[in-house]
Design a binder for this molecule. Structure first.
Ligand SMILES: O=C(CO)[C@@H](O)[C@H](O)COP(=O)(O)O
Length: 224
């Protein structure tokens, strides 16, 4: 089953609760992009905004911490109502951060950038609930999908399945109704999309189109 996670990065920040409410019937999770201006050259939102949104939404909040020091904030995100927090393998201390996330009752995610080899996350798979394979360089919405990441995504799926793990594999960046089938076939089961949902006139329908494209590709894969 494929989960669709609209990314709030492309939503109207002045009207966030309404934007989230509008897309919710077609969303499984809400992807919350947290950027610190250091790990990535952009600044977005933090725990107070998550806490405010929590009062308006019952969705699973999937917080992607693009931060150099996520460990200092995991507790604040848990307190604010996050359900899952994903940290980047590139910042180090992965074992410690994943264990801390789980200790706080969060689903623990580990992300890797497009140029980061899969080997860097393999030692931590058992400590993860989610592996986030970035399909753009993190920091901004609306970038081009990097098809060169597809072999790494397929390798990640193979590693998770060979170990018999229930780790979800999420993709983020450039996902739309054209790329959804590619990533679903390569093994992704959580699809994050920002501009292809919130950037469209009818976000709810756009999310459904992405879901249909992913499920259609999986059905064809099953039949072939
Ligand atoms: O983490 C990020 C960007 O760093 C994302 O979650 C973006 O929000 C995805 O945006 P689109 O590529 O779907 O427009």
């Amino acid at each position: 089953m494929v989960l669709i996670a609209p990314s709030v990065l492309s939503a109207d920040f002045g009207n966030l609760a309404e934007a989230v409410g509008e897309v919710s019937p077609a969303a499984d999770w809400l992807h919350v992009d947290v950027m610190d201006g250091h790990f990535v050259p952009n600044l977005t939102i933090g725990p107070p905004v998550v806490a405010s949104l929590r009062r308006h939404s019952g969705l699973f909040f999937d917080c992607h911490l693009m931060m150099e020091d996520p460990g200092s904030y995991l507790g604040a995100f848990a307190e604010a109502g996050a359900n899952g927090c994903t940290v980047h393998v590139e910042v180090g201390r992965s074992a410690e951060l994943l264990a801390e996330a789980r200790r706080l009752g969060l689903q623990a995610g580990l992300a890797l950038n497009p140029e980061t080899p899969l080997d860097t996350v393999l030692p931590y798979l058992e400590a993860c609930d989610l592996l986030l394979v970035m399909t753009v360089h993190p920091g901004f919405g609306g970038q081009r999908f990097m098809a060169e990441v597809l072999p790494k995504l397929a390798e990640a799926r193979k590693a998770v399945d060979e170990r018999g793990l229930a780790v979800r594999i999420e993709v983020d960046g450039g996902i739309d109704e054209h790329t959804a089938g590619l990533v679903a076939r390569a093994g992704a089961d959580v699809l994050v999309a920002g501009s292809a949902i919130f950037g469209r006139e009818r976000p709810w329908e756009a999310a459904q189109a992405i879901r249909r494209a992913a499920e259609g590709a999986l059905a064809t894969k099953g039949a072939s």
